[in-house]
Write a protein that binds this ligand. Structure first.
Ligand SMILES: Cc1cc2nc3c(=O)[nH]c(=O)nc-3n(C[C@H](O)[C@H](O)[C@H](O)COP(=O)(O)OP(=O)(O)OC[C@H]3O[C@@H](n4cnc5c(N)ncnc54)[C@H](O)[C@@H]3O)c2cc1C
Length: 436
């Protein structure tokens, strides 16, 4: 159940499937440090790791409001993307921007691959790309756009017809698709826990340590319920919750997504799911379902998104959304209609009105990266790493790519924001039809 307070958590499936983990102690007392990173999702973990390497003689404080794995980084669908999809077709003049975004994605994917391998992180990492699929009219139009974009950018892919998709995925639901070779699937909670538990020795992580306020100044002061930190440099890696600390209030908002997992499939059930041992399907409709056959033999399907003021769904709301998950599941896998769901979960993603991401200096010695519009596993890793370099005075091609993110579009204050956000999220489902 979603617990109350400003930083709610709940028993979401991805973390439930993992063994118990010993959390770090909350921060108490007064501290003076060179670097404080706030938020231990993929962005903050990547940033802290890089800062530790750049400044081996300094201590990096990493403050996390919840337990590691309870934020979006531990409850996403587990697609570490190399190649982003852009709805509505890409015009020739926009191709350079797409190349820039894909360079950032690939940089993040390379970093994650190395970190997972170097630290032997057991997170079901599998790098075999993804299927991008279409079942209904609007997604079929996107299929054509997507193929032209992949060809223009010379990205390796295999177009697949309905028969080829059915043979690989065990679902006759899709009418057309593409297999893009790059991209990794992973267990998100296992990834972030593994990253947190393998941080360099000069990173000090404190969980259950919500930052309540940041006072600008030299140095900035960070206030917690039972402690105060004065840090020469502060990095905000708090995703959409940066707004609670007074940053990006007019530029960043949140969308709440939800999905379900089946129980573990038996051999007979698994045999109906085609030739691919494990797979991930992204819808070519931006409001369509994300579906996976996981390494531990479950089907995982996410197909709702809504504006709920940055909150997780309550148990009652989640139970109601399960009917939507169920319908999407049975449409795709009628042969598995008898298989029950075992977990349902929700999570909150940071979104901007114009789909941009945020990177850079926000005030003297205060830096921020975040807001990846539902595609932040690899991109957040790249942004977090680049932000550590940037805040340390470095320059690199990756920093230039991150700095080239378009400025955020203005979001009106509440309650107009709520109506606008509600309509924006609803418009995401226009024409989704059978792709939901
Ligand atoms: C259901 C769902 C499915 C998704 N699927 C995918 C996917 O398949 N692929 C993909 O690339 N992306 C996906 N995303 C998006 C992706 O999860 C995010 O873009 C990414 O995790 C953002 O990482 P982050 O580190 O910036 O933020 P987060 O993971 O949100 O981490 C921010 C952390 O900051 C902490 N925090 C916030 N405020 C404070 C404070 N005041 N004090 C201390 N700590 C604080 C939070 O507790 C949190 O742990 C999905 C998101 C959701 C919700």
């Amino acid at each position: 159940m979603a617990s109350g307070g400003d930083f709610p958590t709940d028993r979401h499936g991805w973390a439930e499937l993992l063994p118990e983990r010993r959390a770090s102690e909350p921060l108490r007392g007064d501290h003076r440090v060179a670097w404080a990173v706030i938020g231990a999702g993929v962005t903050g973990l990547a940033c802290a790791r890089r800062l530790a390497a750049l400044h081996p003689d300094q201590e990096i404080l990493l403050l996390e409001a919840r337990l590691v794995g309870q934020g979006a980084s531990g409850r996403n669908s587990g697609f570490a993307v190399a190649v982003s999809q852009f709805s509505g077709g890409v015009k020739p003049g926009e191709l350079d921007n797409c190349r820039r975004i894909n360079r950032i994605n690939r940089a993040g994917l390379d970093l994650l691959r190395a970190q997972v391998a170097d630290n032997a992180i057991d997170c079901q990492w599998r790098e075999d790309g993804f299927y991008h699929t279409a079942a209904d009219r609007k997604a079929l139009a996107e299929h054509g756009h997507f193929l032209r974009y992949l060809e223009a950018l010379e990205i390796a892919h295999d177009p697949l017809d309905a028969g080829a998709l059915a043979a690989r995925l065990g679902s006759a639901h899709y009418r057309a698709g593409v297999h893009v070779h790059e991209g990794a699937l992973l267990q998100p909670a296992a990834l972030v826990r593994g990253l947190a538990d393998s941080l360099p020795a000069n990173v000090r992580l404190h969980e259950r340590s919500p930052v309540l306020a940041i006072e600008k100044g030299a140095p900035p002061t960070i206030r917690l319920a039972r402690g105060v930190v004065r840090a020469d440099n502060v990095i905000l890696a708090t995703n959409y919750e940066a707004t609670k600390l007074g940053f990006l209030r007019r530029y960043l908002t949140a969308s709440t997504l939800s999905g379900s997992f089946t129980r573990v499939l038996n051999d007979e059930e698994l045999a109906t799911l085609g030739s691919a041992a494990e797979w991930g399907v992204l819808s070519l409709h931006s409001g369509g379902a994300t579906v996976r056959l996981t390494a531990d033999r479950r089907i995982c399907l996410r197909n709702t998104a809504e504006f709920s003021g940055g909150a997780l769904l309550s148990e009652a709301q989640l139970a109601a959304r399960q009917a939507i998950h169920r319908a999407g599941f049975e449409r795709r896998f009628p042969q598995l209609a008898h298989v029950p769901f075992e977990f349902a979960w929700s999570g909150v993603e940071g979104i901007s009105r114009n789909g941009t991401n945020f990177f850079g200096r926000k005030a003297d010695n205060i830096y921020l990266a975040g807001g990846y519009n539902g595609s932040g596993v690899s991109r957040g890793t790249a942004f977090g790493t680049a932000l550590a370099d940037y805040a340390s005075g470095g320059r690199s091609a990756l920093i230039e790519d991150c700095l080239a993110s378009a400025p955020g579009a203005w979001i009106p204050p509440r309650p107009i924001l709520d109506i606008g956000a509600f309509l924006t999220v609803r418009s995401r489902f226009r024409g989704v039809g059978l792709d939901r």
